[in-house]
Write a protein that binds this ligand. Structure first.
Ligand code: SAM
Length: 255
């Protein structure tokens, strides 16, 4: 099974994704609030609740961008260790700046910063610069959509997880057409008209947000995602739909 990206030119995709996030990094956080009407915060809160982080947990948050998941994990379990991996230096830089500001404002002693529990690392989900079997949990939030070969990213997730480790992914997907036709219509109008316009106003980049909307449409339905996860070797799979299927949380375990 494939994630169904056949229409996309695999050679061009990584560069396209790089350009999109270069362009939006600085306005990324504001834009998320605007586009999702603040709901991405609730989705992320819920996602981290599902993860149920504990002190001492070693987490790798792939495509972690500006650190939204990692920050929440450390708020829930201050003694956890979170490693944010992303291919985009600009997104990582925004995240590091946020981490620095948060550490200063909390008056964290410098001894704590000598061995930081939050680290940012440049790397590709398809070939993580990390040793095998060293993480208790792997998260990827709104990232898999952008990966050119998701099955490779899943194989890497399984590789870096320890046995008994948790895989948790959150992704936007096109709302199912048949179940809620009216809602679906509103969602389409919102996606194709409102989001690109917001992108123009806030990020001054309409094209980047047109890419975003298209990448959501191209992401396969939950059943197909589940099959790809199973092929990668993840087990005890569950899927949870939020907001009528606009967002899905996929959970699995390395057994
Ligand atoms: N996880 C963050 C969140 O939930 O707010 C950021 C999500 S953002 C929509 C997608 C991120 O995926 C971007 O930061 C982008 O640079 C990153 N990304 C895209 N392709 C990637 C890849 N192959 N490996 C690692 N990160 C990737």
């Amino acid at each position: 099974t494939h994630f169904g990206y056949r229409q996309v030119d695999m050679q061009e995709k990584p560069q396209l994704v790089q350009d999109v996030f270069d362009s939006v990094a600085r306005s990324y956080d504001v834009m998320n609030d605007a586009m999702s009407l603040g709901m991405h915060r609730l989705w992320k809160d819920h996602f981290v609740n599902r993860l149920a982080p504990w002190d001492g947990m070693r987490l790798v948050d792939v495509a972690g961008g500006t650190g939204d998941i990692a920050f929440r994990v450390l708020r829930a379990a201050p003694q956890a260790e979170a490693l944010v991996v992303d291919v985009n230096q600009n997104m990582l830089q925004v995240g590091e700046r946020r981490a620095h500001a948060a550490a200063l404002s909390s008056g964290e002693p410098s001894s704590a910063r000598a061995r930081p529990r939050l680290r940012f690392m440049h790397g590709d989900a398809e070939s993580l610069p990390l040793d095998a079997e060293q993480f208790d949990a792997y998260t990827i939030s709104f990232g898999m959509r952008n990966v050119a070969r998701p099955e490779r990213a899943l194989a890497e997730a399984v590789r870096v997880l320890r046995r008994g480790g948790r895989f948790l992914m959150m992704e936007l997907s096109a709302m199912p057409e048949d179940r809620f036709p009216l809602l679906r219509q509103a969602y389409d109008t919102y996606s194709f008209r409102v989001i690109p316009q917001l992108g123009q106003w806030i990020a001054n980049d309409r094209a980047a947000y047109e890419y975003l909307v298209q990448s959501i449409r191209r992401f396969p339905p939950p059943a197909q995602v589940g099959a790809t996860m199973r092929d990668a070797g993840l087990q005890a799979l569950t899927t949870e739909e939020l907001c009528f299927g606009v967002v899905c949380i996929y959970s699995g375990w390395k057994v």
